[in-house]
Write a protein that binds this ligand. Structure first.
Ligand code: B4P
Length: 204
């Protein structure tokens, strides 16, 4: 019912295509479970907006809808895992490649932690397109900045990158017995409830 709390520290990966709601649901878990969100997308956008050398380097890659290099994103996650302590981490948009998944396993081992669950947010492509285009339109209507990659052309590449490089991670985590999925085509609150219930049972 969305109010069940996990009983111990949990580290969870939210996996899913662009627009599946990883960021949206991670924020809800931060609120309801007191976990710490690690979004590589947010970290990269922050680096870009504060104009760091790395931020400038990744801006065009992100705007096109391609993946940033493994080296950069692994570095970002390593920095967080070695400096932040938490009741549990929600990995939002990381890992996105097998190399990143291997690096995460190593980093968690090095910091004495485990990975408890990987949850795939399942959404059909047509709905993803509607959501992303809808977000761009809503921002425009409100006079807010539109994300550089929230347009039909970049989204096409984001989806291709997802199926080619990220989707194979479901097999990787299934083999480890960590994977489960939720229907993420329901409204935000319903998906949040499913996730909370799943976390409570997976980690009991
Ligand atoms: P991300 O920031 O991770 O963005 P995303 O995958 O596009 O979005 P997310 O799934 O979080 O969707 P959201 O909740 O926002 O990545 C952006 C880029 O950064 C990548 O393309 C890449 O270039 C780079 N990058 C990041 N991590 C990387 C890595 N590890 N390796 C390499 N490169 C990396 O939801 C989208 C919209 O849907 C919102 O408007 C939301 O309100 C709506 N929505 C959500 N859930 C809904 C629901 N249930 N019903 C209706 N609408 C919903």
């Amino acid at each position: 019912d969305g109010t069940t709390q996990p009983t111990k520290t949990v580290n969870v990966i939210l996996l899913g295509p662009p627009g599946a709601g990883k960021g949206t649901q991670a924020e809800i878990l931060v609120e309801s479970q007191g976990m710490v969100q690690l979004s590589t997308g947010d970290m990269l956008r922050e680096a870009k907006s504060s104009g760091t050398e790395m931020g400038n380097r990744v801006a065009d890659v992100m705007a096109r809808g391609e993946l940033v290099t493994d080296e950069i994103v692994i570095g970002l996650i390593e920095e967080k895992l070695t400096t932040v302590s938490a009741k549990g981490f929600i990995f939002d948009g990381f890992p996105r490649t097998l190399a990143q998944a291997d690096a995460l396993a190593e980093l968690l081992e090095k910091t004495g932690q485990s990975l408890d669950a990987v949850i795939e947010l399942q959404v059909d492509d047509a709905i993803l397109v509607d959501r992303i285009v809808g977000r761009a339109e809503a921002a425009r209507a409100a006079g807010q900045p539109v994300r550089a990659d929230d347009n039909a052309e970049s989204l096409k590449l984001r989806l291709m990158e997802y199926y080619k490089k990220t989707a194979p991670l479901t097999g990787y985590y299934h083999a480890l017995g960590l994977l489960s999925g939720v229907d993420a085509m329901q409204d935000i609150e319903t998906v949040g409830g499913s996730l909370a219930d799943l976390l409570a049972t997976e980690t009991a």
